[in-house]
Design a protein around this ligand. Structure first.
Ligand SMILES: [Zn+2]
Ligand SMILES: [Zn+2]
Length: 239
């Protein structure tokens, strides 16, 4: 997998917004900057078949209009499946019409299928097992951590959230838990390193890597933690 975007909403540290590629055909989140982030990692947006969205904030789903339009202009023919929170269809249509009026109604060579998360209900798509866990983050719709199982690996991403014990379940036994490490001390709707450190021993994931860091966290001494960066590939020799 490739962490194409490891940043917060505001480009802190010069990092792209959240975009995690699992193999070359699956994304977890697609922030507004994700088309650029994918191209920087030599990943072709037209190859993406499935996009899992944690929550409906621009730095997590705002890249979808660009990815869909890019597919239209570059003659994509393979359907795209998006799995996101309840309300994803309406929010995507609104975003497309705001950015490019008329773009949501265009006939294309490919279909965009949208499915909605239901808390802790596993969905199987294209050989993946995708399980959402509702978390605590205000975004006009429920927000989720997501657990994605491939035949080789289980990856959990926290999305944005305050601490909730749902993260223990979402990351239980996962090979990798990519976890928000936004701030150093508690802040509403986001996860801080003080709180995460208190729960770290209860997490049963094999590896925990921080992502979505604030400017303050980026400048702190994080030698106790492993921190993602744009272009991080895991396991190291493979995507
Ligand atoms: Zn965010
Ligand atoms: Zn958010």
């Amino acid at each position: 997998m490739t962490v194409a975007g490891s940043g917060d909403a505001f480009g802190s540290g010069g990092r792209f917004q959240t975009c995690i590629a699992i193999g070359t055909q699956t994304l977890v989140d697609c922030g507004a900057t994700s088309l650029t982030a994918l191209r920087q990692q030599s990943l072709d947006p037209n190859e993406i078949r499935t996009i899992v969205i944690t929550h409906l904030h621009g730095d997590h789903f705002g890249g979808l209009p660009f990815l869909i339009l890019d597919g239209q202009f570059r003659r994509r023919t393979e359907d795209l499946t998006i799995v996101g929170p309840p309300g994803t269809q309406a929010r995507l249509t609104t975003a497309m019409e705001t950015l490019y009026p008329g773009s949501s109604q265009v006939r294309r060579r490919f279909a965009v299928h949208i499915h909605e998360h239901a808390d802790r209900r596993t969905r199987q798509i294209e050989g993946l097992r995708i399980t959402p866990y509702e978390v605590r983050h205000a975004s006009g719709a429920p927000a989720y951590a997501v657990r994605v199982q491939t035949p080789e690996r289980t990856v959990t991403y926290s999305g944005d959230t305050e601490w909730t014990d749902a993260l223990l379940d979402a990351a239980d036994g996962a090979d990798l838990f990519l976890c928000e490490g936004y701030s150093l001390t508690p802040i509403r709707w986001h996860l801080d390193l003080d709180t995460l450190a208190k729960h770290r021993n209860a997490l049963t994931c094999r590896e925990l890597i921080l992502t979505h860091l604030s400017p303050t966290a980026l400048q702190a001494d994080l030698s106790d933690w492993r921190v993602a960066y744009d272009g991080l590939r895991l396991p190291r020799q493979a995507r």
